[in-house]
Design a protein around this ligand. Structure first.
Ligand code: SF4
Length: 237
């Protein structure tokens, strides 16, 4: 699996390879069970039920790093943050920021395109209860690391959605950039900012989960501030 990730010569190659990954038995079983049982509202749809690749511009200056696909969102539609409430909030914000051509993301063929931005998850398969194990996170890391390596020439800023994504970034520093992660690690927080050496700046943002957005812990205004900061740091107009 590590070798397959490392061999990917471009994003299309990587996307195809990750879509065919079966390295984590628990997650393979879960993604396939969800795809078979389905949610009642989607019972007429064919679920993707596979690992979900990254999505967006190949020359991205901004990367958005999430946790993992949602069982009935990305795992259903085959596109990250697509077809669920979290995606509704995220893509509405990206559209307001001028980074997405439309405010909604409902299906892989809905015409959505991103400007200067690529979105991917630290773990590429939907996990039970949205909680991958540390071992699953580490097993999946080579896909993330290779994707970052492929967009490294343009990448300037990474927005980590939540503490899991924030923690998943530090190994990328060493593997992709040859930069020693700071010790102790800076704590995750909404608006937290770290930068160092040749690596992209890292911005923390509360995850766009319903738990955060329904309770007002994360508001549209807070997301707008994060993406305005990301654009500024990345030199995106
Ligand atoms: S989580 Fe990652 S490593 Fe595990 S099966 Fe899915 S794509 Fe493969």
């Amino acid at each position: 699996m590590v070798a397959r990730a490392a061999r990917a010569t471009d994003l299309a190659d990587l996307d195809a390879a990750v879509s065919d990954c079966f390295a984590c038995p628990r997650l393979v079983a879960w993604r396939e069970e969800v795809a078979r049982v389905k949610r009642a509202a989607f019972r007429d749809q064919r679920y993707w039920g596979r690992p979900v690749p990254g999505f967006g511009a190949a020359d991205a200056r901004i990367a958005i790093l999430g946790l993992a696909p949602a069982a009935h969102g990305g795992n259903r539609t085959g596109r990250i943050f697509t077809g669920d409430r979290s995606g509704d909030v995220l893509f509405a914000a990206l559209h307001r920021a001028g980074l997405a051509n439309q405010p909604t993301s409902v299906a892989a063929d809905d015409g959505l395109t991103l400007r200067d931005t690529r979105i991917f998850a630290a773990v590429r398969c939907a996990p039970p209860d949205n909680k991958p194990t540390p071992a699953e996170r580490d097993t999946c890391a080579p896909w993330l690391h290779r994707e970052v390596a492929l967009i490294r020439p343009t990448l300037r800023v990474v927005v980590a959605l939540g503490a899991f994504a924030w923690a998943a970034w530090w190994p990328v520093l060493r593997d992709v950039y040859g930069v020693r992660p700071p010790s102790p690690r800076p704590a995750f927080g909404h608006g937290a900012h770290w930068s160092g050496g040749s690596a992209p700046a890292l911005l923390g943002c509360y995850h766009v989960s319903q738990q955060n957005t329904f309770t007002g812990r994360l508001t549209p205004g807070m997301l707008d501030d994060v993406f305005a900061r990301a654009k500024q740091l990345a030199g995106v107009d």
